[in-house]
Design a protein around this ligand. Structure first.
Ligand SMILES: C[S@@+](CC[C@H](N)C(=O)[O-])C[C@H]1O[C@@H](n2cnc3c(N)ncnc32)[C@H](O)[C@@H]1O
Length: 225
């Protein structure tokens, strides 16, 4: 039995078994470097605002703000003095062609990925940039092979099985079984092509069992979607 929609997950269990500070630092560096300058930058799914704060300090943009679905995390961001809108990555409440850059750090696996990525393209001005990181297949393998207890290993297993089913059928497993996907460059490129985003740079950030644990993509809006 499969789901009809490419739908939503909870990131609650996404504590990686092998937390390496250098991996997080590489992901953060990939996201924040080379963004250039402009009027407005949005961090989609900004969580508690840690990266958003860094981006704000870094400068280069007149407005640096976030979007977050979780009310508690949105509140934490507000307490940190950050400007964060509550909303969904799949329906961003901003005008078309209004932003110069979008940053998105490991959020797409929990969303309806096609709709969320199409939204980046819609809100960006032509020539605008996206810096995104994703969980690759190695992320699922990491949980399955190295998870400290049964629940973590099961999380890895369902992530991998769900990704195979999704690639094969275009649909997720039912309920919580289908709540998160490993991303592949091949699948992402099809979405980018369909919405006028060009992949300019890919970085594999750590591998597990020969597969990317994290994938970093830098994209440019090249066509009007
Ligand atoms: C793994 S956390 C990453 C948080 C932050 N980007 C970071 O790297 O620290 C995923 C975040 O995406 C948010 N999220 C999940 N689904 C979302 C959706 N459909 N729209 C907007 N945010 C979403 C979660 O609430 C959570 O804050």
């Amino acid at each position: 039995m499969v789901f009809d929609s490419d739908s939503i997950a909870s990131p609650i269990e996404a504590e990686p078994p092998h937390h390496k500070p250098e991996t997080s630092q590489r992901c953060r560096r990939f996201l924040r470097e080379g963004l250039g300058r402009g009027e407005a930058l949005l961090d989609v799914g900004c969580g508690d605002g840690e990266l958003l704060e860094v981006l704000k300090r870094q400068g280069g943009f007149d407005k640096v703000f976030g979007l977050e679905i979780d009310p508690e995390l949105t509140r934490v961001c507000h307490q940190r003095g950050l400007f964060v809108i509550r909303g969904r990555a799949e329906a961003i409440p901003l005008a078309s062609a209004s932003l110069d850059a979008v940053v998105c750090s490991v959020v797409i696996p929990y969303t309806d990925s096609r709709r969320a990525i199409r939204e980046w393209s819609r809100i960006l001005k032509p020539g605008g940039l996206v810096h995104a990181t994703y969980h690759g297949w190695g992320f699922g393998w990491d949980y399955l092979l190295h998870g400290a207890h049964f629940k973590k290993r099961f999380y890895g297993l369902r992530m991998l099985v769900n990704s195979v089913v999704y690639d094969w059928s275009g649909r997720r497993l039912p309920g919580f079984l289908g709540d998160t996907l490993c991303q592949s460059a091949k699948r992402l490129r099809l979405i980018y092509d369909s919405c006028g985003l060009t992949l300019e740079r890919e970085e594999v950030i750590e591998t597990v069992a020969g597969a990317p644990r994290f994938l970093g993509h830098r994209l440019r809006k090249t066509k009007i979607g």
